[in-house]
Ligand binder design. Sequence first.
Ligand code: PEP
Ligand code: MG
Length: 589
Amino acid sequence: MTFIRLRGIGVSPGIGMGEITLEERVLFTSVKETVPQSRVEAELRRLRRAVTRTRRELLGLQREVRERMGAEHAFILEAHLLILEDRSLFSAVEKVIREEKSRAEWALTQINGRYQEIFDAIKDTYFRQRKSDVSDVLARVYANLEAKRKKAPKVDETRKAILVAHDLMPSEAAVKLAGGGVLAVAMDMGGATSHTAILARSLNIPAVVGLRNITQQVKTGDQVIVDGTDGEVIINPPPAVRKDFQGKQEKYGKYFSELKKTARLKSETLDGTRFTPLANIELPEEVEMAFSFGAEGIGLFRSEFIYLQRTALPTEEEHFSAYSRIARAAFPSPVYIRTVDIGGEKSLPQMNIEKEPNPALGLRAIRFSLWNRDLFKIQLRAILRASVQGNVRVLIPMITEVEEIGEVKLLLDEVKRELDRDGLKYDRQILLGVMIEVPAAAAITDILVKEVDYLSIGTNDLIQYYLATDRSNELVSYLYKPLHPSVLRLIKFVIQTALREGKDVTVCGEMAADPVCAIVLLGFGLRKFSMNPIFIPRIKQALRSLDLRTVEKVVEEALGLKTAQDIEEHIIEQILIKHPKAFLTGHVI
Ligand code: PEP
Ligand code: MG
């Protein structure tokens, strides 16, 4: 038994230790086998039989997933069924069999290769990663060419084990991970935005991807450690290494349970000022985890993930299913459903969106929705239908001018009338809010706020647009400073203008998750902080150890300083003098 250490990308934190279940992988053939002309028809029949078997298999899986995990997970299988119905795909396979007189295995391999090349040429990572859907379907058909194929394991046949796979097919990721038997995941392929990575994060399953060839170095039954925090995998660890990681696992576990203790404490400052921690989520499955970290509502549901996980456009029912599930799980706490923020970098795989010369300044978010009103109406209809729960709010991203709010209201009214006509119920008092992410919108907060029920400040975009700095560009990212005096003046204006109008205001960008920034926001009057759930405990811990008077005074003084660095130093020093516990927790992971 050799001891091997592999480095990959940690996409879901935590440590999993145990026995490996190696996921069998369909390997497309590399050998061209030809058949005599008289066998060509028989090969075509073999292919069609395999397609029929695959359809049966997918329908069975779909039923099972729907029953066990709900409709949102079954959509991937639906997408695969659609791919299976795609005539152009399979007539291309048949064409290879006919023209090259080859066996079906070779023809499927050829077409798979051709599709992979097409997908690889696409720049967008989300879209590129969807290529696994086509491959997934072709691989199933390939495996079904053999009549005596082993049956795919049922949902909970995976015992508690570490799942090692080449590239977990999206359909299998849903089935396997949500089944409850997986301690951790390690894969050859994959990136941080792959479906498996997203799912693993939301289900709290440690995962490392991008390991290149782990599947060739292990067999079922081997012992392995998956460290999703540091992106490391250790195969057949000797006892000393195992002990080390057990220590790390325990420490990590303790750290998390400490954090979760904070989750049960009251969200109030020393002087009794209440504040509300809310969660930013991307999947309905994350609600439970978010509440366990102390969230008191879902402050931002990034609904574009409903689109990005599919190969086909989502139906109204699919939207509805996701929204009602979140609303039910969070009830009676509020759920802010943000309408899609697609366009720009987050392009939509299902639509042929032309590349724009300057995507960050282009057809994004509400601009995209107003250009694609049919899609937008489907989403609004589903949100309204889910609002019967009584705790759903509509949130519109990237508003630039007041006219856009007018358009949204007209569309909302239209959809409401249609629902009335169809006899479908919705919350007639549903609240409408907009995100302040464009500096121009921030400057006219006084005008915009009168038109809506609440505001949510998206500091990630607001800062990048205000400082004209892309923080993922290493050359200029040093300029991306949430504590830049100009940013603070602007945000103070937005918060205080909203409050003066008696309207609710939330910050849902990453500023809300940073203790120093959160203190500044509290000083400005903010009481609703929405963030990635894992940061809620540290913000609660920070804000619970302060009294508002001190915060207001220190923040006021800081606003008189010239640089982000001076501001940060002043706040840390002055707060620490009075409240040494404010910055007790360091970085979470
Ligand atoms: C923001 O811009 O701050 C925000 C919360 O939106 P997103 O991060 O989804 O762009
Ligand atoms: Mg944004």
